[in-house]
Design a protein around this ligand. Structure first.
Ligand code: ADP
Ligand code: MG
Length: 379
């Protein structure tokens, strides 16, 4: 099959009857460690993957935008810059684009229109952040096409504001930052409060395997929203802006004012940020036993403190963990299973997952062998 860039070029001609001027891309992502950390303003360690959203664009002389996506064939959506209408009620695909122009207009920016044909291979709604890939590819396209000279971080902030405040979808800043700022062969250690980030070289010896355990996404999204709300309430009780700065001492002192459940939720958030900083160091130092241990502890805390694992997927994580031992790490990230393992174990992990998943569900497993990609760019 043709790659997304070729397909976007073709879709543009088929839709608009003329050729596109330029192509832009942005990647999806997985998060190595730092689960439920971004909205708590803690540390995360995502990596952009070699699945991308590509947009073919042509400049217009007016302020109109027209967009088509191969994921929603036959629909052409049109709107005017700064005049997006109501976009906060339904999560429709084109609202991710309208959110970007609306957020830009709110920031006092002005941009001429574009015709857009969108094609991607980031699976939609599968935990690999197709929404951020779409937003960042579009934000990058406008920035270049209109010579706005926005930094990748500025584009990420606009996109996050678009998705969280204007569309009212629950998201932190991680997805947009990694899609905009990633470097190939590196993860990115992000401080979600300061919005600082530091590339972390991944050891060459590691394969990056992503397994979609096909969990019930509706249930997962509802549980995510519940945990997020719980965290905000705990921060409120403790008189903190977010759980980011919670210390061991503060947590022990506040134990009386929290329920048992709230205590465990806070414990996860606090320890997860510490594990994330340590995991970044372990990867930099190629210290695989330490990295394995931190990934294991993260999964354990997600299960025991945060009560946020799918039991069947958790069983798969345990099986993979037993197979790889100290030669890599495995855990759940945004409902997917991610395993960073020594190349020599890649086939064994894939075989194990294929057999175990089929035994569990009677279906074939969806497994992606990924590489760490760079962030958004003009192609
Ligand atoms: P995720 O970001 O984990 O894939 P979300 O629910 O946050 O899941 O975002 C998925 C939504 O983003 C899709 O339902 C669709 O509305 C929009 N989207 C993502 N990629 C595309 C695309 N290539 N074309 C059109 N819409 C897209
Ligand atoms: Mg998303």
């Amino acid at each position: 099959m043709a790659n997304p860039a070729q397909r976007a070029t073709k879709l543009f001609v088929q839709t608009f009857g003329t050729t596109a001027d330029e192509l832009y891309q942005a990647p999806g992502r997985i998060n190595i460690i730092g689960e439920h950390s971004d909205y708590n303003e803690g540390l995360v360690l995502p990596v952009a993957i070699n699945f991308h959203t590509v947009i073919a664009v042509k400049h217009r002389d007016d302020y109109q935008f027209r967009a088509v996506s191969d994921a929603f064939p036959g629909q052409i959506e049109q709107w005017e810059f700064g005049n997006e209408g109501n976009i906060d009620d339904d999560g429709l695909w084109f609202n991710y684009l309208k959110g970007i122009t609306a957020a830009m207009a709110q920031s006092g920016l002005s941009a001429k229109g574009l015709d857009l044909a969108i094609v991607g291979n980031v699976p939609l709604g599968a935990g690999l952040s197709s929404s951020a890939a779409l937003e960042i590819a579009f934000g990058t396209a406008i920035s270049y096409a209109d010579q706005l000279h926005l930094s990748p971080l500025a584009i990420a902030q606009i996109a996050q504001r678009a998705e969280s405040q204007l569309m009212r979808q629950q998201c932190g800043i991680m997805d947009q930052m990694i899609s905009a700022l990633a470097e190939s062969d590196h993860a990115l250690l992000i401080d979600c409060l300061a919005l600082d980030s530091e590339p972390v070289k991944l050891p060459d010896s590691l394969s990056l395997i992503v397994i979609d355990p096909q969990i019930d996404r509706k249930k997962f999204t509802a549980q995510f929203a519940e945990r997020r709300q719980e965290c905000f309430e705990i921060a409120d009780i403790l008189g903190l802006d977010s759980l980011r700065d919670l210390t061991h001492l503060q947590l022990q002192r506040a134990k009386q004012s929290l329920t048992e459940t709230q205590y465990h939720r806070a414990l996860h958030v606090m320890t997860e940020s510490q594990r994330t900083a340590s995991a970044a160091r372990a990867l930099q130092e190629n210290n695989m036993p330490r990295f394995s241990e931190l990934m294991r502890h993260s999964q354990h805390s997600l299960r025991e403190n945060f009560d946020a694992v799918d039991p069947q997927a958790d069983k798969l994580v345990t099986l993979i963990d037993e197979l790889i031992g100290d030669n890599g790490g495995v855990r759940m990230s945004d409902g997917c299973i991610i395993a960073l393992v020594d190349h020599s174990l890649t086939d064994d992990v894939i075989n194990l997952v294929e057999q175990a998943f089929f035994k569990q569900t009677g279906r074939d497993a969806v497994i992606h062998l990924c590489s760490a990609s760079s962030g958004a760019s003009r192609l």
